[in-house]
Design a protein. Structure first.
Length: 221
């Protein structure tokens, strides 16, 4: 089993990783020498308690392609349909997603954003990989967060996969990670994976933002 490290404090630039103090700092991903920009943040304790107590079956599992200004109109009926309880905490979640979608659009220069709010109960994306995109934003609202390796461990993790025994980093809950992907250039992107959770009775809720692609759904109207 890989050696799990305590989530590192990313408060400086180091080997392609840039630590952010504000959401605006995520724009550092546009720098040529930055492969990953991480905004370490906390959401309210009340929200964390609420989301952890939600029946997993009512957590959203959806994907939309939309303009940032359409997010609330598009997402609200889908949250109603899945049964996510209405109220202050759901509004808090929606406002946070709205803020991140707008930031992703501004930084990536994309008019439309592919929004995936995903409920995960298995070992989806457990393999170490680089994303086959130019850029991607990920944050975790519930359950274990994304795991990743430093550049000097990338080749070994990609080769050994489940047999990898080296150092393994993990974002803190609610951290916002803005990755470059392999489409940004040869060798670009931080090697990472979703944490294996099968058999643990854990449920993850992740937000993943991308630029439009052939894999995106139809535009929301």
């Amino acid at each position: 089993m890989a050696e799990k490290l305590k989530s590192i404090e990313i408060d400086h630039f180091n080997d392609g990783v840039y630590g952010c103090q504000t959401i605006e700092d995520l724009s550092a991903i546009k720098r040529q020498d930055v492969e990953l920009a991480v905004w370490s943040r906390n959401l309210s304790q009340a929200f964390q308690s609420w989301i952890n107590q939600i029946d997993p079956i009512t957590l959203p599992d959806l994907r939309l392609l939309l303009r940032p200004e359409d997010l609330e109109a598009a997402l609200t009926p889908l949250l109603n349909a899945c049964g996510l309880p209405r109220g202050e905490m759901r509004d808090y979640l929606l406002e946070d997603i709205d803020r991140l979608v707008q930031a992703f659009s501004d930084i990536s220069g994309s008019e439309y954003v592919d929004v995936r709010l995903e409920r995960v109960t298995n070992d989806a994306c457990w393999k170490f990989h680089r994303d086959c995109v130019e850029a991607r934003l990920i944050t975790t609202y519930r359950g274990p967060s994304t795991e990743w390796v430093q550049h000097f461990q990338a080749a070994e993790a990609l080769e050994k996969q489940k047999d990898y025994q080296g150092p393994l980093e993990q974002f803190d809950l609610f951290d916002v990670a803005f990755f470059k992907g392999s489409c940004a250039g040869s060798g670009s992107g931080i090697v990472h994976r979703s944490p294996p959770i099968s058999g643990t009775d854990q449920t993850r809720l992740i937000l993943c933002l991308n630029q439009p692609s052939t894999a995106s759904p139809d535009y929301w109207r």
